[in-house]
Design a protein around this ligand. Structure first.
Ligand code: 5GP
Length: 206
């Protein structure tokens, strides 16, 4: 990790675990920004280009893969492709902001491996029954899809030990505070403060 690397907070967890809400909690903190992913999924009615995603064609996506333009990428639910452009890191450096990635578990494992100083946060539901209730309440999926999501969640949960932090999302207020505490605490890592610490040491003549 070098001093010019942005702090990267990777927020991940099963679909329906409530990670988007917790990402919003991190973004309430000053000097944070969301990484805008590229996807081949068509936009939903409420989504506009560049705010949520860069919606691109499969050919364009594969072109970016070939040119090595993604920090990580994955095919989610065996259907659409999603990827974090490397340039998100440059944008965060230029803006002097911490970068928040809201990505799936496959992508989180790749990003964590590539960015040694990144912080990986796993958002988990308190139980399978709770996750099922949340997915059903969203009313977005067919019965088949619900069963696929639950099976996928079961697989994803097995990766918990690759993460630095776990948030059990059974109380939004507490979970929101926890995720903000992780973001703020990560800023205080000695490795992130070295430049400043050296300046302070100079003032002591050392
Ligand atoms: P949705 O289509 O509902 O917006 O997202 C589906 C899943 O893809 C979610 O779990 C979301 O976090 C994940 N996702 C969004 N952007 C990326 C990305 O850039 N890379 C990866 N690996 N997953 C992503």
């Amino acid at each position: 990790m070098s001093n010019s690397d942005p702090l990267v907070l990777i927020v991940s967890g099963p679909s329906g675990s409530g990670k988007s809400t917790l990402v919003q909690k991190i973004l309430e903190l000053p000097d944070t920004m969301l990484s805008v992913s590229c996807t081949t999924r068509p936009p939903r009615k409420t989504e506009s280009d560049r705010k949520w995603y860069n919606f691109i064609s499969e050919a364009d996506f594969q072109g970016m893969v070939k040119r090595g333009e993604f920090l990580e990428y994955a095919q989610v639910f065996g259907k659409n492709w999603y990827g974090t452009p490397r340039k998100a890191l440059d944008i965060a450096v230029a803006a002097k902001k911490d970068l928040v990635l809201e990505i799936d578990v496959q992508g989180a494992l790749q990003a964590k491996q590539k960015l040694s100083g990144s912080v990986a946060i796993f958002v988990m539901p308190p139980s399978c029954a709770d996750l099922e209730r949340r997915i059903r309440e969203r009313g977005q999926d067919s019965e088949d899809e619900i069963q696929r999501r639950l099976e996928r969640a079961r697989q994803e949960m097995l990766n918990y030990s690759s993460y630095d932090f776990a948030i059990i999302n059974d109380d939004l207020d507490r979970a929101g505070k926890e995720v903000q505490a992780i973001a703020l605490g990560s800023r205080c890592r000695v490795a992130r403060k070295e430049e400043r610490i050296r300046e302070i040491l100079k003032s002591f003549g050392g």
